[in-house]
Write a protein that binds this ligand. Structure first.
Ligand code: IMP
Length: 432
């Protein structure tokens, strides 16, 4: 399974696509269209928010697990987008237990953000939080409900009555159109019916048959509501353990967990970010790394690599190995820093603090290393073909340092957007 080891946007799309070449099934298990995965397949670039990245591959079954929140309108548009790009025969399964993002969820998302003042997370505005809130508050609608008019009418009746009041209490007096919502959602259910199924049963059969299943995490460890920088997080678990719950398999079926980290750190939205660079170097990284959100287009905040945060990700995900992405982006910087700890109120902190005030005030303790030259994309791709040892010495030292600090191997290094610009270290001594 592949999870984000930072605040999302680690380049998981490319990494997942790389491993998807060997997979029979690719499963998404958390989040919804707050995610944004960009993948290059041949000459074509695909940007997905909801569909599992494996969908572009003929032999892969793409699965959307029960842990997801799905906006059926967005999903239908994404399926149409896929077809418009020439991918017409794909295998897609959607869990009947996945929750539906209803039209009132994005409205409530915005209203609740506006009540939070400086504690607002800067959400994507897609209704993710309210959809998960409704799930645990038992006001949710599932994808399976869209196929059952009676049940949908019953559940929607209760949900609309309650959410109408909630919106009014928040000062929004817009009447929710129950009949229209019912009609629209039954129609969309009909259009999606052929994909909606018991995903758990499908996956468990696939496991028994020895199929290769790849779990595609959305967002990242530090956006996880239990293990991240709460409340500046998303609303579904983004750590490895969530894959079992979010797809209906047992935890022991997951036998390898890869954490994806950029060679630096980025964050979109609000919240503490100790190694953030608000200077020319941060600007350089944003520009060279094209650090703008796939979903909202917002400029990403950029900073140095943060080892305490990554060590936390190793622990809470049980990471077996790392995939390091965008190493090329750091090219051209004379010196490179990485946080090896934090100081707060004159004292060195142990580990990654859960207290966001402390994290926000923490001063990183940096280690500095030499940088390496900026190279053209084609040059990096050529280096990838030559292999790991062809990387600039300073870059090799940087990677060795990360490995040493975290105590797990790096099995993939990405040095450009294309599939070719990837160094696969599997099979090397010490790596699976
Ligand atoms: P939400 O998931 O839309 O509720 O947003 C909550 C927080 O998570 C915000 O800070 C978002 O910017 C962030 N977020 C959600 N999805 C992603 C993602 O895929 N990549 C990076 N940040 C994300």
């Amino acid at each position: 399974m592949v999870v984000g080891a930072q605040w999302g946007d680690e380049g998981k799309g490319k990494v997942i696509d790389f491993y998807a070449a060997e997979a029979d099934v690719v499963v998404r298990f958390n989040g919804g269209n707050n995610a944004g995965h960009t993948i290059m397949f041949g000459d074509l670039e695909f940007k997905f928010h909801l569909l599992p990245s494996g969908i572009v591959r003929k032999n892969v079954t793409a699965v959307m697990g029960n842990g997801m929140v799905i906006d059926p309108d967005v999903l239908l548009k994404e399926i149409a987008y896929l077809r418009s790009k020439g991918v017409s025969s794909f295998k897609l399964l959607i869990s009947e237990r996945a929750q539906v993002i209803m039209p009132y969820h994005p409205v409530v998302d915005g209203l609740e953000e506006s009540l939070k003042g400086s504690l607002k997370a800067g959400t994507t505005g897609r209704g993710i939080g309210p959809a998960y809130s409704d799930k645990v508050a038992r006001f949710g609608i599932t994808m399976g409900d869209l196929l059952d008019e009676k049940l949908l009418a019953q559940k929607l009746g209760a949900a609309v009555a309650a959410r109408q009041r909630l919106m009014a209490a928040y000062g929004r007096n817009e009447e929710l159109q129950f009949q229209k919502m019912l009609k629209d959602h039954l129609k969309m259910g009909g259009q999606l019916k052929k994909y909606i199924t018991n995903v758990s049963s499908f996956l468990n059969t696939a496991i028994r048959e020895g199929k290769n299943i790849l779990f595609e995490g959305a967002q990242g460890t530090l956006l996880d509501p239990d293990h991240g920088t709460y409340p500046y997080v998303t609303s579904s678990n983004a750590v490895a353990g969530a894959a079992a719950v979010g797809s209906g398999i047992g935890p022991r079926a997951i036998d390898w967990v890869i954490g994806v980290s950029k060679a630096y750190t980025t964050r979109v939205g609000e919240g503490p970010f100790p190694t953030e660079l608000r200077d020319d170097i941060g600007e350089h990284i944003r520009k060279v790394g094209c650090e703008f959100g796939t979903t909202t287009g917002r400029p990403r905040r950029c900073g140095w690599l943060d080892m305490p945060a990554l060590a936390h990700a190793v622990d809470v995900n049980g990471l077996d190995a790392l995939a390091i992405t965008k190493l090329d982006v750091l090219g051209g910087l004379r010196r490179i820093k990485m946080a090896v700890g934090y100081k707060h109120a004159g004292k060195r902190l142990g580990g990654f603090p859960s207290n966001i005030r402390v994290l926000g005030e923490a001063e990183p303790v940096y280690k500095e290393m030499d940088g390496w030259d900026a190279l053209k994309t084609e040059k990096w791709t050529a280096l990838a073909k030559e292999g790991y040892d062809a990387l600039p010495d300073a870059a090799l030292e940087y990677l060795a340092f990360i490995k040493g600090e975290l105590g797990i191997p790096i099995e993939l290094v990405s040095i450009g957007p294309s599939r070719e610009a990837t160094i696969d270290l599997r099979g090397m001594p010490g790596i699976r």
